[in-house]
Design a protein around this ligand. Sequence first.
Ligand code: ADP
Length: 628
Amino acid sequence: MAQTSDKAGQTFAHYWKQNLRAWGMWYRQSPGFFASTLLSSAGGGLAPYLTIWLSAQIISELAGGRDARRLAFWAALTVGVTALLALANGALNRWQEYERSRLSAVRFRPLADKMLTLDYAQMDCQEVQDLYSQIGQNDNWGGYGLYQTLQLFPYFCKGAVQVLGGIGFTLPLFLTDLPADSPLSFLNSPLALVAVLTAMVLVVVLSSLCDGKATLMLTKEAETFTFGNRIFGFYGFRLVGDRKRAGDLRIYQQLKNVGTPLLSDPASLPFFPGSSVSKLSKGRVGLLFGLCQSLTAVMTCAVYLFVCLKSWGGAFDVGLVARYVGSATQLFGGISLLLQTLSKVRVNGNFLDTTFRFLDLPNPMYQGSLTTEKRSDRNYQVEFRDVSFRYPGSDRWALRHVNIRFRIGRRLAVVGPNGSGKTTFIKLLCRLYDPTEGEILLNGIDIRKYRYDEYLALFSVVFQDFKLLALPLGENVAGAADYDRPRAERCLRDAGFGDRLDAMPHGLDTYLYKDLDKEGVDISGGEAQKIAIARALYKDAPFLVLDEPTAALDPIAEAEVYASFDAIAGDKTAIYISHRLSSCKFCDAIAVFDGGAIVQTGRHDDLVADETGLYHKLWQAQAQYYTQ
Ligand code: ADP
């Protein structure tokens, strides 16, 4: 769902504050952007006035003295100054563009940094995912949110400079009186002056209001636009071009049978003629934008009329007509730009609210300050003490009264039916979530009291749904661009990837997948699993946790992993979840999960012998296929 615009009850001051906060964020990333924008706005905003003033000198000379030397002087000065200004402005604009490009390249950085530092539990929650996706969609649709503020700053500066310069250059237009005997001398009265100025400002304000209102109306359709973008992105590129879906698409003729809004009902999309948004654009929004343009034209006519009348009445000579028309048009253009920018600040404010709601999400997980003391003897003892856990927003217990203690350097197998809580148990162990009840202790101290980063450093985990990156193999294993190559190679060989590594065209430097390198290699699920195991080994943490470590391996590779498992795990405490109970034979202890609780613990032989137990039942279910 995309963010709709304009919530009732927010003041402009609120939106302005949000906008300033965003500018502050950008400023911390690139003060150069702000310096270059200010300078180029000052240059760009004032240059027209200077040109207008110089041209006016030439026209006055032409209309008055017609002195050839003076004319030549003014003409040379105009050309020289204009060329210099153009050069300076060009340089400033390039500097500004450079800074803007640099910032654009990192425009998602604050959001990504936030996402990466969120508590896992927060990040895993649907509302947070929705919020993040909304921010991305708003940016993708109209650049709304943080990025928009980057666009608004130059407009704001340009408008402000134009207004300030315009006031200075235009003031004499209003202050120069007509001769008392002129038929238009009534224009000298302060009342007439106020009336003319008010009328002009009113037209500008009205024109800006029309523009703001039309933009606001369009952004109220944000949900429709972003939905349309999603459809285009998904059906147009991701779906039809996705190699992983290509088989299904063909076998089931999915696009033909299911149909897509893009093909079957294009009028429902915002960018097609006949859609609600196109009707709006042709109707009220179009009218408002048209009105805005017309009022600007009316404004220009009014300026011409006023200046010409004053000149005709004898207030100033014809040379000044060009200056006053130009500078008054610039002034009112500046006011208009400023007002339109402020109305965009208001429109964008709603989108910024969404962004800051995300950036301000707290990390509620308590983080202690105790150090885990890096023990060379790896003498870490972990205990679950009456631990129960419910996922946020769920009223079902995923774990209930779990009590278990791991002995150092041992192998613990965790088994049980699907949904019995095995993965949840691992997530709590690694402190991705905190228990709802009970506590987990490391060497007798509640794990919440330790420094989080140090606690996480104790675990190497291969999750069931692990992901590798489209980067070189060695970087995947080491999790860094600069790494210990012999160690990475050793870990790959220990994980059973040796033969495949030898066949890799560039060894550790071979890219995985083809996303970033056309010579990248595609790997099978089993190979990926071996790389993931190697990555866990490379980290060399005291706890090695494997969630279904061999699910994607063929029987021979699986047998190899188990045969070398003891050697691979070395002095680490190894915990692994497995559906293949034959693999548990090697373990010192087995915990059998059912319905979120540990229902049995023991060694393989003892558990198999207990015919009333769940382990026996699971063992029998698997064994029958081999023995029959
Ligand atoms: P197992 O690993 O044994 O298959 P899990 O630990 O993944 O089981 O799941 C235990 C229970 O918790 C299941 O009922 C599952 O539906 C539920 N569960 C798992 N993940 C979540 C989640 N992120 N939010 C809510 N419930 C979840």
